[in-house]
Ligand binder design. Structure first.
Ligand SMILES: [Ca+2]
Ligand SMILES: [Ca+2]
Length: 174
């Protein structure tokens, strides 16, 4: 136990040294990270009560900070789209949609330089987490993640990818 604490301390010192050394060249690291939660409890919440244009967040994942969680909930049934844009970031990362316990439910898939999850039906007042998980590379720029919701009335049944998980009572208008 004692040994472990010491190892952690050395790591923390090493990390803070490297942060100082690179502060001038990668100042975006501290300034441009909208959400840095490493656990679901750390994540701030985003509550959507109307169908706004995509909300965009900037963040950084690396070997030192490998997970960022985005906590969200909608006031209405909606169909969500989640896109992680990795253009020019020099890294590979994955996205997952997680339930309110932080358990992964849907994995994102690759589209060009993005990881994407679209056509996800979300019931009202149900908490989810979008998880961004680092895989490899050294970040040159922050990633951008966008979250948007569409009215279920304007989406056909065929466009809902998680249809089998949606309670039938919520699909009455389909
Ligand atoms: Ca981060
Ligand atoms: Ca993080």
């Amino acid at each position: 136990m004692k040994k472990r604490n010491i190892i952690t301390m050395v790591l923390v010192i090493a990390l803070s040294f490297s942060a100082v050394a690179y502060a001038a060249s990668i100042s975006w690291l501290s300034k441009r990270e909208d959400e840095d939660g490493n656990t679901i409890a750390d994540s701030q919440g985003y509550y959507y009560d109307n169908f706004v244009d995509a909300t965009k967040f900037l963040g950084v994942v690396s070997s030192a900070d490998d997970i960022d969680y985005y906590d969200f909930e909608t006031s209405m049934s909606a169909v969500g789209e989640f896109v992680l844009d990795l253009t020019d970031t020099n890294i590979d990362a994955d996205i997952w949609l997680c339930d309110s316990n932080g358990d992964e439910i849907y994995p994102g898939y690759t589209v060009g330089t993005t990881k994407k999850l679209s056509g996800i039906f979300v019931p009202p007042n149900t908490e989810y987490f979008l998880k961004v998980e680092y895989k490899s590379g050294i970040p040159k720029r922050p990633y951008e993640v966008s979250i948007s919701f569409t009215d279920t009335a304007s989406v056909s049944m065929q466009q809902i990818r998680n249809i089998e998980d949606v309670p039938k009572s919520l699909l009455n208008n389909k």
